[in-house]
Design a protein around this ligand. Structure first.
Ligand code: C2E
Ligand code: MG
Ligand code: MG
Length: 567
């Protein structure tokens, strides 16, 4: 708060005061008192003042108003000012010699009064200064208190009000629910329809929340982006309120299919930090991301146990890195264009051999570590191990087995990404075409511009980029026209379903023809059977990765595949 208030300590320069006074002599006296510190404008009656107040490009910080004037009196002007939103925020000090008038004018909206005659210039100046500061501070607080776009509380103020709400609920012996709303694929609305449509969706959600919850005690905030918080007394009606908000949003515009997800943490534990309560509601909310059958998710015991498990994983990362509990496994990729499949490269995939919890698959911890940035340390570790392995195999077998490593969506934003990779290459004596980089297609939806920039930089430095999980995102077609890459990795979902469903088979065909058009090879992931391999080969897919050849295996076991190639 302190920081906010200091903004009005700026010198009085350029603040403009309007003196409304019919007597010339009084105008001159006030002008002499105020002119040193303020720009002063004058009006001889209420009508002239009203016109000046509405002139273009003029912003008054204060009005000094005489009451008895011809044409339009001070009282009339006060009344007009207090009912006009454009000017009612300007403070008015009334100048009068009658005691009764003071009370009456303050009732009508004046904030202070100065007694006539003006025989104490210092007091007048001090009063003006104090009122201006007070009003500017108030305006400043209002500005930061509310999220400018939606009018809901901004993050800090929301949590400030949560404290008050807690005190109130505890006093009344009531329980409280924390609710999180999130708009599914909001970034796509922004990207495809433009920011102003995106803004209108956010505003609509804020107004739906306010109108639907208006019959209960609640506070609402937008801590950022497309996430909204509601804190309200626990009630069975809350779920139907949430559904009402969702229904109204679904019908907001015919051309947009807006889906609002919600997570609710009921009867919050007051011992948990306020932010932690909303983290729990968010956890529930995230659980139904992409699940179109569920609209409201509850924070329950299962989620509670999961969050405890996740906290444990986060806590153990340091020790695990130190103890070498993270293992890098390698899965071979085979070139299938000739009669005999040939080993062409490998993908490095991490595993966590946890000392107490056993083997943990990346699907469990990678998404978790992506949320808190720990993924960067894991990835750096894997890149370094993979680079060392390439170098070791070269020495041992006299040939390079290029290894692809996964680059997480968080790494894309790292300004030092290229520097870090170059350092790893140098340290292990390998080159940028030996360590290939897999970037998941969904990173494009996060931030297309940044992804384009990063990919260009890395390709400029000689790295080969493989577009991972191609076909799963919503931006596949957009992406291929704006990014150059070297390999396309067909998502394994299509391979898995292609024998069962015609659509997946068609999609595989389309992706392979897109790759041909772009002149890049296709790697099909998740190939488990001979018949899948046959279909892919007949369609012109060049490289296969999957259990059909091998599961990901430790480096020692992988050496068997290299040896076999030599025979
Ligand atoms: P991905 O990069 O698409 O990796 C391929 C996943 O498919 C691997 O799962 C692999 O074991 C699995 N897979 C390969 N062939 C088959 C098959 O024939 N059938 C089936 N059912 N699965 C197959 P994994 O190792 O569990 O990794 C899952 C995901 O975790 C990876 O997907 C990748 O996105 C991420 N990941 C793994 N290691 C790392 C890492 O070091 N850094 C980052 N950022 N992400 C990683
Ligand atoms: Mg991958
Ligand atoms: Mg993949």
């Amino acid at each position: 708060m302190e920081m906010l208030l200091s903004s009005s300590n700026v010198k009085n320069i350029n603040r403009r005061v309007l003196v409304v006074e019919d007597e010339q002599i009084n105008r001159e006296i006030l002008g002499a008192i105020l002119g040193r510190d303020y720009d002063v404008d004058y009006a001889a009656d209420g009508k002239e003042a009203w016109e000046k107040l509405h002139a273009d490009c003029v912003n008054y910080s204060l009005i000094l108003l005489d009451l008895m004037m011809p044409v339009m009196s001070g009282y009339e002007l006060l009344e007009k000012i207090s009912s006009d939103p454009a000017v009612k925020a300007i403070p008015v000090i009334v100048m009068t010699s009658e005691k009764d008038a003071e009370v009456k004018s303050i009732r009508q909206g004046a904030v202070d009064f100065i007694s006539k005659p003006y025989d104490m210039p210092e007091v007048i100046l001090a009063r003006c200064e104090r009122i201006i500061k007070l009003y500017e501070d108030r305006a400043m607080i209002k500005l930061t208190e509310n999220d400018e776009l939606t009018g809901l509380y901004s993050r800090d103020f929301f949590f400030e009000y949560v404290k008050w709400f807690d005190a109130y609920s505890l006093r009344e012996g009531k329980t409280v629910d924390a609710i999180v709303f999130n708009i599914e694929h909001f970034h796509l609305i922004n990207e495809m329809c433009g920011r102003s449509i995106g803004d209108s969706v956010l505003k609509e959600l804020a107004s739906c929340i306010q109108s639907v919850f208006s019959s209960s005690d609640f506070i609402a905030g937008r801590p950022g982006g497309d996430t909204f918080y509601v804190y309200c007394l626990n009630s069975d009606a809350n779920t139907s309120c949430i559904k009402k908000v969702q229904w109204q949003m679904a019908n907001f515009r015919d051309d947009l299919k807006i889906r609002v997800r919600a997570g609710i943490y009921q009867n919050v534990d007051f011992k948990v930090e306020p932010e932690g309560r909303f983290d729990r509601a968010k956890l529930a909310c995230n659980r139904i991301s992409g699940d179109y059958t569920a609209t409201v998710a509850y924070y329950d015991n299962e989620l509670h146990l999961k969050s405890i498990y996740n906290e444990r994983l986060i806590r153990d990362v340091d020790v695990a890195l130190k103890n070498g509990d993270f293992k890098v496994y390698y899965q071979p990729k085979y070139e299938i264009t000739s009669d005999r499949p040939r080993l062409c490269s490998a993908e490095a995939l991490i595993r966590w051999q946890h000392s107490e919890l056993g083997m943990i698959n990346p699907g469990v911890f990678i998404p978790l570590f992506e949320q808190n940035g720990l993924i960067q340390r894991i990835d750096n570790y894997v890149w370094d191990r993979a680079a060392a392995q390439i170098s070791e195999w070269r020495k041992k077998f006299g040939r390079t087995v290029p290894v692809s490593v996964n680059v997480s969506r968080i790494d894309i934003f790292d300004q030092l990404l290229e520097v870090k990779l170059q350092h790893i290459l140098k340290k292990n004596g390998i080159t940028s075409n030996e360590l290939m980089l897999e970037i998941t297609e969904s990173a494009y939806a996060d931030n297309a511009e940044k992804l384009i920039e990063t990919v260009n930089t890395l390709r400029g430095a000689g790295f080969k980029i493989e577009m991972d999980d191609f076909g799963t995102g919503y931006s596949s077609l957009n992406m291929i026209t704006s990014i150059c890459f070297d390999v396309l990795k067909l998502d394994m979902k299509f391979v898995k379903n292609m024998e069962r469903d015609e659509k997946s088979l068609k999609l595989v065909e389309i992706v392979i023809s897109i790759a041909k058009f772009l002149n890049v090879p296709v790697v099909a992931e998740g190939v488990e059977t001979e018949s899948q391999l046959g279909i892919l080969k007949s369609m012109g897919c060049q490289v296969i990765q999957g259990f059909y050849f091998s599961r990901p295996v430790p480096a020692e076991d992988f050496e068997e595949f290299i040896r076999r190639e030599e025979q």
